[in-house]
Design a protein around this ligand. Structure first.
Ligand code: FE2
Length: 222
């Protein structure tokens, strides 16, 4: 895997931000949550926004990647869990970027739908700040990003497909070369998540970028 600065290069204009590999200690557990940056001529898109301690580092890393020429255009969220939405409000306040999420995930933010107790606790302990949100359009596409409904981990979880790179959020993880489906401890409906995962098999992609773990070639994982 190639690195530009400290950031892992996935493809020509796609990077995993190094600062999001740092671990957050949460009730004795080491946790991380990867943020990916896609550089296009009119700006940078982030896939998810990571744990709150890394907001400043994320902004610095995307400025360096874009050589300070590319603005942060948008954040495309896979779902509303704290470790994915955690820096969105801060980044939006600093840059004015658009934050996208699915309609069903909004209900967790407004309280119309209850999160799993462990997820709710994490939001409260990290003092989750809410960004202004836009809903993914009915066309299921934002620019070149294809938005794939993949419910199960949460009601409105989505994966994103961009130039044959699949961003999986929490639908799967890859750790030490081992592929796993959605972690049942943090998943609302593991059976539904498994069905969502199965549906991805028919899609054409070459790289997998999980929300937790390290990106890898598709190989036989899925
Ligand atoms: Fe999650």
């Amino acid at each position: 895997m190639e690195f530009i600065g400290r950031n892992m290069k996935i493809k020509e204009n796609i990077y995993m931000l190094e600062c999001t590999r740092k671990k957050v200690l949460y009730h004795g557990r080491e946790c991380d949550s990867m943020v990916y940056a896609v550089l296009e001529p009119d700006g940078v898109s982030l896939i998810d926004s990571g744990f709150p301690p890394f907001s400043y580092d994320i902004l610095e890393e995307i400025r360096l990647l874009g050589q300070h020429r590319l603005p942060l255009k948008q954040i495309l969220l896979t779902h509303a869990d704290l470790d994915h939405i955690g820096n969105a409000a801060w980044l939006q306040e600093k840059t004015g970027c658009t934050v996208w999420i699915s309609r069903l995930e909004k209900d967790y933010l407004t309280g119309e739908r209850e999160r799993l107790p462990n997820k709710q606790k994490m939001c409260e302990e990290f003092h989750l700040q809410l960004p202004h949100i836009e809903f993914y359009p009915d066309s299921s596409a934002v620019g070149e990003f294809q938005i794939l409904d993949t419910p199960g981990h949460s009601a409105g979880h989505v994966c994103l497909l961009y130039r044959q790179v699949l961003f999986g959020g929490d639908l799967f993880s890859i750790s030490g070369g081992v592929f796993s489906g959605a972690n049942p401890e943090w998943t609302e409906d593991p059976v539904l998540a498994g069905q969502s995962l199965e549906r991805l098999r028919s899609l054409k992609f070459t790289m997998l970028c999980p929300g937790h773990g390290i990106p890898d070639k598709r190989r036989n994982y899925l």
